[in-house]
Design a protein around this ligand. Structure first.
Ligand code: HEC
Length: 150
């Protein structure tokens, strides 16, 4: 059956095979006491594909200065990798935001979380992930980039 005949919500965000080759923009550690500790403890790195990276470089300065920054363009890919070890060699979870209206999910992103073995971790990623990314303090287009370096 052609993919075009599937309903939008049946389309699943694919595993980002090439995440290690994307543009590394942030590295951080989630320690005890951080609400995210239960989900992604320890080291993480965030990667952007070229579409997202160009947009990020263009607007991050303005964004951090409190100015309005445009939403990320279609085709943007953000990958957050949480590691088991301190050196960042053993990925534990791979969290994905992929800008594609076709997924028909929150913010125009497709949301998906994978274990290192590529199994999917969220039953309803559009809710399980996006609810948290859009609640409380509004960050840049659903992504928490306020603390990122320019
Ligand atoms: C309880 C709240 C919460 C939930 C649930 C959550 N996230 Fe996040 N996510 C965050 C926060 C906070 C950060 C920023 C962490 C940092 O950089 O220190 C983040 C970071 C990210 C990033 C890197 C870009 C960014 O926004 O900084 C991606 C991609 C991401 N999450 C995707 C997902 C996906 C996919 C899921 C569901 C499987 C998910 N998240 C579930 C709160 C959450």
């Amino acid at each position: 059956m052609s993919a075009y005949l599937l309903f939008a919500q049946d389309k699943q965000v694919p595993f980002p095979d090439n995440w290690e080759k994307l543009n590394l923009v942030e590295e951080g550690e989630i320690t005890k006491g951080n609400p995210l500790y239960a989900i992604v403890p320890g080291l993480h790195r965030t990667y952007l594909n070229d579409v997202a990276y160009e947009h990020f470089k263009k607007y991050i300065k303005d964004y951090k200065a409190g100015k309005e920054a445009p939403s990320f363009p279609e085709g943007s890919l953000i990958v957050f990798v949480n590691f088991e070890d301190k050196k960042g060699q053993k990925p534990r979870l791979i969290l994905v935001m992929r800008k594609d209206k076709g997924y028909n999910q929150a913010g125009g992103w497709g949301w998906e979380g994978f274990k290192a073995d590529r199994s999917r971790i969220a039953r309803e990623p559009d809710k399980d992930c996006a609810n948290c990314h859009y609640k409380g303090a509004k960050d840049w287009d659903g992504a928490f980039f306020t603390h990122y370096k320019e």
